[in-house]
Design a protein around this ligand. Structure first.
Ligand code: 6PG
Length: 239
């Protein structure tokens, strides 16, 4: 499992952008398409902006299909909507066709939104298993990833699917790919920086195996590679 540590978040993001483009280029060359799942939250925004600003001609972006590892159950025009952040940072600047973007339909009820998303993925991939070329993931201070939060029922889900999850402490629903679905990815890349993530990074990578407390430990593709892109502060507790 490659653990890449960089002096700053900017260096981390620059390297992950190159990794993204290399991975995309190989996928397009080998299979004619690059199916990538984007992460949400604040960390990846600069990555998406950098890809749009400096890599607009590096690959054939018309051959890229975008999915989301998770989505907040809010309206599509809500500032917390992950697909809206990606639209502003990446899709609009690169003039990505809406048909290439698979966003969660949060006009449906949570369970229907999750099942509709899974149906849309299945229709796109046609064959099973659904294998994303790259899943980008972040890491929360509590060691969650996507919307796989500590002590939630979705952690026990054995199906490679998409589920809704109610977060009682936040009183909100999320829609998330399950760990088995993410684990079907050819590659997974965690982008994690900042001192607030140091304890979670150490627990996930070096701590006891405890997926209820550290859900990101669930990410372990059967036939895929997980890479971490960390800055020194997020890696500061790693021995
Ligand atoms: C989300 C993300 C989530 C995120 C982590 C880290 O929808 O919020 O998918 O898993 O990656 O919470 O978020 P930050 O990058 O904002 O720290």
């Amino acid at each position: 499992m490659p653990i890449n540590i960089f002096s700053s978040s900017d260096e981390t993001i620059k390297t992950l952008a190159r990794f993204f483009i290399e991975t995309a280029g190989k996928a397009i060359e080998e299979r004619g398409v690059f199916n990538v799942s984007l992460s949400g939250g604040s960390s990846p925004k600069k990555l998406y902006e950098l890809l749009a600003a400096e890599y607009g001609t590096a690959i054939d972006w018309s051959k890229v299909c975008f999915f989301f590892g998770d989505e907040r159950y809010v309206p599509a025009d809500h500032p917390d909507f992950n697909a809206l952040m990606a639209k502003k940072a990446l899709f609009d600047p690169l003039k990505i066709d809406a048909a290439q973007v698979f966003a969660v339909d949060t006009t449906l009820d949570p369970d229907s939104a999750a099942s509709a998303y899974m149906e849309a993925m299945a229709a796109h991939f046609k064959t099973t298993p659904i294998r994303l070329d790259l899943s980008l993931l972040g890491l929360g201070d509590d060691a969650h990833t996507a919307s796989l939060f500590p002590h939630t029922p979705v952690l026990a889900e054995k199906q490679a699917t998409v589920k809704s999850v109610f977060l009682t402490d936040k009183n909100v629903y999320r829609i998330t790919m399950t760990a088995p679905l993410i684990n079907q990815s050819r590659q997974v890349a965690f982008l994690t920086f900042g001192p607030s993530k140091a304890a979670a990074v150490n627990r996930v990578l070096k701590g006891e195996k405890n997926i209820e407390n550290y859900p990101a430990q669930l990410i372990d593709p059967e036939d895929g590679l997980v890479s971490w892109f960390l800055d020194e502060s997020a890696a500061s507790q790693l021995a």
